[in-house]
Write a protein that binds this ligand. Structure first.
Ligand SMILES: [Zn+2]
Length: 656
């Protein structure tokens, strides 16, 4: 395979003889690779300014194409499987971090790959702008489990894209944020000086950064390199205690791992202009008293995202009165044809009316005609979520959509009574924190390919795949008491594995007794048979998520609506077969209706319907029969107590 060879020249920082940059390319790529290859010399200059002179400036640098994917950073001549800016900058940065300073063993491989990945973003910042750098880091966010340090290189994946590359690049980014540019780059210079043309460990990087900055970085490296996950913050502020002061309270809410020690930047917007404040944070809950001029309008935590974190907000005062919100989390460039045609076929919502939200920007050719224009982009704010009775989230975990999910207050939405249908691959990363417990599942295989999708709940049908179903996390088929298995995989694993589940918490959510329903379907939703997936989605929306949702109407016929406080107890026994007793009490006499509904909201039986029920305790018995005396099917039912201006609903399960 004869190469076509051409070259370019790099002038060292200190001047002197230029260094040759050699390109060995396939003849058919003549004219194709040159525009990006032409950036190589400016890149060497950018990295030389940041990291010190190119380490092999007396010799050469170059690219030699090969037929594999990706690249391999051979010293002074990288093998290249492409010609993107990301690939060129990544492999070039390895000449400093990987070739000149090599990780001492594979446990510290992030010193090679994290720095090379971060260098892609740094090149983007220097060549384009800081916003491009931030966008790059956003896409590299990783919120899943695992430590960056590779504890067992013989058996673990050393070159884990999420940990060694993406989260590793975030450690470099966060170190820059903690130290500031001056100390950060001085620290890199010292690290290079101590270890050039040799090897280094995480601790030796820490030592160099501590020497330059005078900071103790023990907690930083322990939590980010040897610990897993990330901090989840909640925060709020009030005026006082003294005039001209505010008190900001920050709490750490993560349950998967311990507390983090990090400086946190706060942007305080006041009538006199914005003020930047940095606070040191390490406790479960901490108060910070800040002196500010003018009236404070808002406080924003970590506005420029210098920390790999979530900021958890709360859904307050939900109304659930705007129907279904469909959220797209699949990048249009990454899975363009597949995701586009699925939307064209209305696969993810069927014949239900929807409002549309897109985590990403509009695709180049515009949206499919059957999709309404999105009402917003990026993550979904709490104020939007609470307006919808059901959220359908189409996820993927590629090009940054997991960060959009992580920034959306999903858990809070469920807890107040929102209903959720999540369809995605890499489910475990989406269900970090308390969401796995909410769903009531136990994880089994991870990052696996699915074999099939077999329906196990009534009303659902098997879903054929139309493409490779790789990178999926599956669970055991036994699950929590409030969860029902909907689909399983009977072909891909040694035993059946759960791939679809419906979690239905007793008592629902705090603002909707019948809400908080969570249906999860594992797999790439854009690689399932369109007609069959749509059919299942329509059934799930109607029967498990009660769409279309209409609030149960108040008892009509009364002129004055005076709220009659009532109590509705959990039925007993529950589960039951087929008879159960429902107790309720009134604090004042008034009209009462007690009714049983199935999961789709259809009335099954009215147990009490009287105009004047006395105050005090009452009981009603349901014999498991519908209005016409037929035995009702086994399954979940809701019973609803309606009094004047008030209604209360609970859930019960009939077994047979
Ligand atoms: Zn690399």
């Amino acid at each position: 395979y004869p190469y076509t060879k051409y070259n370019d020249w790099y002038t060292p920082l200190a001047g002197g003889d230029p260094m040759e940059v050699q390109y060995f390319i396939y003849p058919e790529h003549v004219g194709v690779v040159e525009p990006n290859y032409a950036l190589t010399v400016p890149m060497i200059g950018v990295f030389a300014h940041a990291y010190g002179e190119y380490p092999f400036v007396d010799e050469k640098y170059g690219h030699a194409e090969f037929t594999w994917g990706g690249g391999m950073e051979h010293q002074t001549l990288t093998s290249m499987g492409g010609w993107s800016e990301d690939l060129i900058s990544h492999e070039l940065a390895h000449q400093w971090w990987g070739d000149m300073v090599t990780c001492e063993d594979f446990g510290h491989i992030w010193l090679n790959e994290g720095f090379a990945t971060w260098s892609e973003a740094y090149w983007a910042e220097q060549y384009y702008d800081f916003a491009t750098y931030q966008e790059y880091m956003s896409i590299a966010s990783y919120y899943g489990p695992g430590t960056i340090f590779v504890e067992d290189p013989q058996n673990e994946n050393i070159f884990d894209g999420n940990l060694s590359y993406n989260k590793g690049s975030w450690v470099v980014h966060m170190l820059r944020g903690v130290l500031g540019d001056a100390d950060f780059f001085d620290g890199l210079a010292l690290y290079r000086g101590n270890h050039e043309y040799g090897s280094a460990t995480t601790e030796q990087l820490q030592e160099a950064m501590e020497t330059v900055s005078g900071q103790d970085l023990t907690a930083f490296f322990q939590q980010w390199i040897y610990g897993d996950y990330f901090p989840i913050y909640t925060y709020g502020w009030i005026e006082g205690p003294q005039p001209g002061e505010i008190t900001v309270t920050i709490s750490q809410e993560q349950t998967d791992t311990g507390l983090f020690t990090m400086p946190i930047r706060l942007l305080v917007n006041t009538t006199e202009g914005p003020v930047d404040v940095t606070v040191e944070n390490s406790l479960a809950t901490e108060d910070y008293v800040l002196t500010v001029a003018g009236t404070v309008e808002s406080v924003i935590l970590d506005p420029d995202r210098w920390i790999l974190r979530q900021v958890r907000t709360e859904v307050t005062d939900p109304t659930f009165d705007q129907g279904i919100l469909l959220v797209n989390g699949v990048h249009w460039d990454s899975y363009g044809a597949e995701i586009y045609s699925a939307y064209e076929d209305s696969v993810f919502w069927g014949d239900n009316p929807i409002t549309f939200w897109d985590c990403f920007a509009e695709p180049g050719g515009g949206y499919p005609a059957n999709l309404p224009a999105p009402i917003g982009h990026d993550s979904v704010p709490a104020s939007i979520l609470g307006g919808y009775s059901t959220v359908i989230w189409v996820g993927n975990n590629y090009n940054g959509d997991l960060a959009k999910w992580a920034e959306t207050p999903i858990q809070s939405y469920l807890e107040v009574g929102g209903n959720l249908l999540l369809m995605t691959r890499t489910s475990k990363s989406f269900l970090a924190g308390d969401l796995t417990g909410y769903l009531g599942v136990t994880w089994a295989e991870e990052a696996a390919s699915l074999g099939n999708c077999v329906a196990v709940a009534a009303g659902l049908v098997n879903i054929p795949f139309i493409g490779t179903q790789s990178w999926n996390d599956v669970y055991l088929t036994g699950m929590g008491a409030e969860s029902t298995l909907l689909f399983n995989d009977t072909a891909g694993f040694s035993g059946a594995r759960g791939t679809g589940v419906w979690a239905s918490p007793a008592g629902g959510g705090s603002f909707r007794d019948t809400g908080g329903q969570f249906v999860h379907l594992a797999g790439r939703p854009y690689r399932m048979n369109h007609d069959i997936l749509r059919q299942n989605v329509e059934y799930i929306l109607e029967h498990y998520l009660s769409e279309p949702f209409t609030s149960i109407s108040a008892v009509p016929g009364q002129d004055t609506v005076q709220k009659v406080p009532a109590t509705l107890e959990q039925n007993f026994p529950n589960p039951f077969n087929p008879v159960t007793t429902i107790s309720f009490s009134l604090t004042a006499p008034g009209p009462v209706r007690l009714s049983v509904y199935d999961v789709s909201g259809r009335l099954v039986r009215t147990l009490v319907d009287e105009g004047d029920v006395t105050a005090g305790d009452h009981e009603a018995i349901w014999n498991g029969q519908d209005q016409s005396g037929r035995a009702a099917a086994a399954g979940v039912y809701f019973y609803s107590l309606e009094t004047e201006g008030d209604s209360r609903t609970r859930r019960m399960t009939m077994v047979k």
